[in-house]
Design a protein around this ligand. Structure first.
Ligand SMILES: [Zn+2]
Length: 141
């Protein structure tokens, strides 16, 4: 009985760990593509392999880049923030409007990854708890 429960939880734990990385990878890849990052595939591979750490590094890189560059709302190209006119399409850039840090689609992936990460945390703790109880039971008998 305890073994069955533990096995089920272990499966959920492994599944949520895999899915969490998949969603995180999709979020980073999509975001990198949207911001014309040539290393989008490299970032995605790093996230699949190492999870949260390359994601944080990616975000720091992006934040640094976006302090100086902005996406032109007219032609979609990345342009330096200090110029009021886009060098590609010659349209004036209105920088006053608050720009979303991530797109709606990327946001969905991040939420999915976050939910799975929490599930993994809870199930991981449950496994430890059940495992500990199981240890006590075995010790008693
Ligand atoms: Zn433009």
């Amino acid at each position: 009985m305890i073994f069955d429960g533990l096995f089920g939880f272990t499966m959920i734990n492994i599944l949520s760990a895999i899915l969490y990385k998949v969603f995180l990878c999709m979020a980073v890849y999509k975001d990198a593509k949207e911001h014309e990052d040539k290393n989008a595939v490299l970032w995605a591979i790093l996230v699949v392999l190492f999870g949260l750490i390359p994601t944080i590094i990616y975000l720091i890189f992006r934040y640094q880049k976006e302090k100086e560059f902005i996406r032109c709302p007219h032609c979609g190209k990345m342009i330096a923030k200090k110029y009021p006119v886009c060098m590609f399409c010659k349209q004036t850039i209105n920088t006053s409007g608050p720009e979303n840090f991530v797109s709606e689609e990327v946001k969905k992936y991040i939420i999915a990854a976050g939910v799975l990460f929490i599930i993994k945390l809870i199930v991981g703790n449950l496994i430890n708890l059940l495992g500990a109880r199981q240890g006590i039971t075995l010790h008693l008998f």
